[in-house]
Design a protein around this ligand. Structure first.
Ligand SMILES: *Cc1c(COP(=O)(O)O)cnc(C)c1O
Length: 395
């Protein structure tokens, strides 16, 4: 099967994607589908986006050769430092891109869903920067678990609405945001935080995050003389940092692309979030993709120690790259990720997000050849995870 980088005109990557939405959301989605490419390709848009990425976010992020980590694996490991972005993760790349787009569409209000609060904080930040009203939907359970990020969003001027339906987590917050959008279709733009949702969101978010692999190519060329590594590794929740890190390598067949999914307590434990290992095809949050389901097709509750990977599915492009074999998937347990995260602290003086620690742990699963060149996308910093790390240290 041929690997698609972009969706076809109906929003499909192979057999995944599309736009499965209620009639009431049709007008909003149609407007986006019609206009997103033209707006994003316009020179004024590019200029504003690139300026903000440089001066506000701090891009390009460094490509750092992790010497002591490389020695351990007898290879050359480079870390793409998305953890050094303003607000601490890759999410800001997408939030800024979408808010500029929302302004061009004449929208007056932004809504977003958030799980751990990283996307909520990035979006609240972008809204403060632009002086636009911001409403963030967050499951009640997550509001309790992620109190510091709730505080940050409030300080940034966002309204945080706790969602008490269902399991009171990310998927319920997503449902609530969609409901709100249906009720307020004209003045509001919905900033989805990953490469999920109805077409054109997966493609739009992929393009905003693709700056990651664009920079990696340039930086690797300067560093090694070749823009191609042997492998690129990234963790997958919905798939936006992985898509950003893979994007410009998808057509370079000699580069192996590795996605680390959260196995949680183990693939067969009933407490997992590994969508390609445990998922089947179905419709989730507006697109056809792979996600974990109960026997009667309901969404199965995911589990991962990292809130950012605690999502039952993956974006449609990632499902397609799994189907086509272009991306290799590895499953990493909670314990394995925690160990790899702690190890990076000691070896390199970098505290990674627990999500990113899954990508680091995947190094153990691979059959590395000596001296190969590997890029690991360090999607975020671990400040938000201190409690999780400290609990582990004490246990
Ligand atoms: C949100 C998040 C993720 C997971 O989301 P993707 O869309 O899969 O990238 C991974 N790492 C960090 C640091 C995050 O904040």
């Amino acid at each position: 099967m041929e690997t698609q980088v972009s969706p076809n005109e109906r929003g499909y990557y192979g057999s995944f994607g599309g736009a499965f939405i209620p009639e009431m959301m049709q007008a909003n989605i149609a407007e986006l589908q019609e206009k997103y490419e033209e707006i994003m390709n316009a020179p004024e848009f590019r200029a504003e986006f690139e300026q903000l990425l440089k001066d506000y976010v701090g891009r390009p992020t460094p490509l750092y050769k992790a010497t002591r980590l490389s020695k351990k694996y007898n290879s050359n490991i480079y870390l793409k430092r998305e953890d050094l972005n303003h607000t601490g993760a890759h999410k800001i790349n997408n939030s800024l891109g979408q808010i500029i787009l929302a302004k061009k569409l004449g929208k007056k209000k932004i809504i977003a869903e958030t799980g751990a609060g990283q996307h909520g904080v990035a979006t609240a930040t972008a809204c403060a920067l632009m002086g636009i009203e911001c409403v963030v939907f967050m499951g009640e359970l997550d509001v309790d678990r992620q109190a510091p990020n709730v505080g940050r969003m409030k300080m940034l001027g966002a309204e945080v609405i706790p969602v008490s339906s269902g399991s009171k987590t990310l998927k319920d917050a997503t449902n609530e945001a969609m409901r709100y959008w249906i009720a307020n279709p004209f003045d509001t733009h919905y900033i989805i935080g990953s490469v999920v949702g109805p077409h054109p969101y997966p493609d739009m978010v992929a393009k905003f995050q693709s700056v990651i692999s664009k920079e990696i190519k340039k930086q690797l060329k300067e560093e090694t003389g070749s823009e191609l590594p042997d492998r690129v590794i990234a963790c997958v929740g919905g798939g936006s940092n992985a898509t950003g890190a893979f994007y410009h390598f998808l057509e370079d067949e000699e580069v192996e692309l590795v996605a680390a999914e959260a196995a949680g307590k183990g693939l067969d434990s009933g407490f997992t979030a590994a969508a390609t290992f445990k998922g089947v095809s179905g419709i989730l949050h507006g697109s056809k993709t792979l996600f974990m389901q109960t026997e009667d097709g309901q969404v199965e509750e995911p589990h991962s120690i990292s809130a950012g990977l605690d999502y039952p599915g993956i974006g449609p492009a990632l499902a397609h790259w799994f189907e086509s074999g272009r991306v290799k998937y590895e499953a990493v347990t909670d314990d394995h990720a925690m160990k790899a995260g702690m190890e990076l602290c000691k070896l390199e003086g970098i505290i990674p997000a627990v999500e990113s620690a899954h990508a680091l742990a995947a190094l153990d699963n691979l059959d590395l050849k000596p001296d190969e060149i590997i890029v690991v996308n360090l999607s975020g910093r671990g400040d938000k995870d201190l409690k999780t790390y400290l609990d582990q240290l004490e246990s």
